[in-house]
Design a protein around this ligand. Structure first.
Ligand code: FES
Ligand SMILES: [Fe+2]
Length: 338
């Protein structure tokens, strides 16, 4: 049901444009089990193609890389970077074979340097889907940033427990008291702007994401008027969370693999010009390590939440006001599903 009602309907953020930069660059995904390729064609345009061979359905590409064409590993049918079939050996004798066929196209859009895909041919344009977020966060100019680090984890829990965890402010000053929680504003001052479709945004205060809470670079020019602990957060249903600090932006996307197994991907963006810093890689590593440490704290909690789902003694308790965004997200989910 989630696949049909959510993941095959919504715009989903799958990558940064700089991850698929040159003609022939491609990445593959399985989105709720649906195999997908995102590729940059010869003309430099991004395309999303179903990764299912028109012969018998094998995935024609795997992993990521750079290719001249896709060649199905099973019987060798060939496709160009637009997904058009260009070769199929020994098929001329077939009376029903159609040379004029392609890998099905999936909708693709770009917002602020992020690549979104949508499996629903009737979906609203990405610009409409993202308009609320764009209005509030367009000024962050993520198109002027570059991916500096990325991690990819799998966890034994339902994907929604991770999404809820990233929306949950109640735990920040408790669970994360030794990491970023110590740099956050008093939790009771946290402003929630509840948004349509289960989303939320907040403009709050939290220091740069490293152990000292002091930037290792500098405040971004676009935030010159803002305090050093400027922070903003946002969630775009179903699975995209964004956290802005005065010197960088980080993102999380969460993906179902099975009812009790999920994948999440963390992205770290820094303004392009910070890459001129001779210590760039080492400094980025400090942020990345700090963030990883915070994520590990969350990881044990969501595993334990998943365990509680199977406990005969667990009765769900009430939410606090600091879980408003979790409540909003679950309400929206229930409305869509049932
Ligand atoms: S399944 Fe791809 S060539 Fe046969
Ligand atoms: Fe957390």
């Amino acid at each position: 049901m989630e696949k049909e009602k959510i993941f095959m309907k919504d715009w989903l953020c799958v990558a940064r444009v700089e991850e698929i930069e040159k003609p022939g660059d491609y990445m593959t995904f399985r989105i709720a089990g649906e195999p997908l390729i995102v590729v940059r064609n010869r003309a430099g345009e991004l395309k999303a193609l179903a990764n299912v061979c028109a012969h018998r359905g094998v995935e024609v590409a795997s992993g990521q890389g750079n290719v001249m064409r896709f060649s199905c590993p099973y019987h060798g049918w060939q496709y160009d970077l637009d997904g058009k079939l260009t070769g199929a050996a020994f098929m001329a004798e077939s009376e029903v074979f159609q040379r004029d066929c392609s890998l099905p196209q999936v909708k693709l859009g770009v917002w602020a340097g992020w690549i979104f895909v949508n499996f629903d041919p009737a979906a609203e344009p990405l610009q409409d889907f993202i308009s609320e977020v764009d209005r509030e966060f367009g000024f962050v100019r993520q198109e002027d940033c570059r991916l500096a680090a990325k991690f990819d984890y799998e966890l034994d829990c339902n994907w929604k427990l991770l999404v809820e965890n990233f929306l949950d402010i109640y735990h920040v000053k408790v669970l994360h008291s030794k990491t970023f929680g110590k740099h956050a504003r008093r939790a009771e001052d946290y402003p929630f702007n509840i948004q349509r479709r289960g989303g939320f945004s907040a403009f709050h205060a939290s220091a740069p994401m490293n152990p000292d809470g002091r930037t290792l670079f500098r405040k971004r020019d676009i935030l010159a008027e803002q305090p050093d602990d400027f922070a903003a957060s946002c969630h775009l249903a179903p699975n995209f969370s964004m956290f802005v600090r005065s010197d960088n932006v980080f993102h999380l996307t969460t993906w179902p693999i099975a009812p009790n197994r999920s994948r999440f991907i963390a992205y770290f963006l820094f303004p392009k010009e910070f890459a001129d810093d001779p210590q760039y890689a080492a400094k980025v590593q400090v942020y990345a390590d700090f963030f990883k440490k915070s994520l590990l704290e969350d990881q044990d909690m969501v595993r334990s939440l998943q365990g509680a789902m199977g406990s005969r003694n667990f009765r769900p308790g009430p939410f606090s006001k600091l879980e408003s965004a979790v409540y909003n997200s679950i309400s929206h989910y229930l409305e869509r599903m049932f």
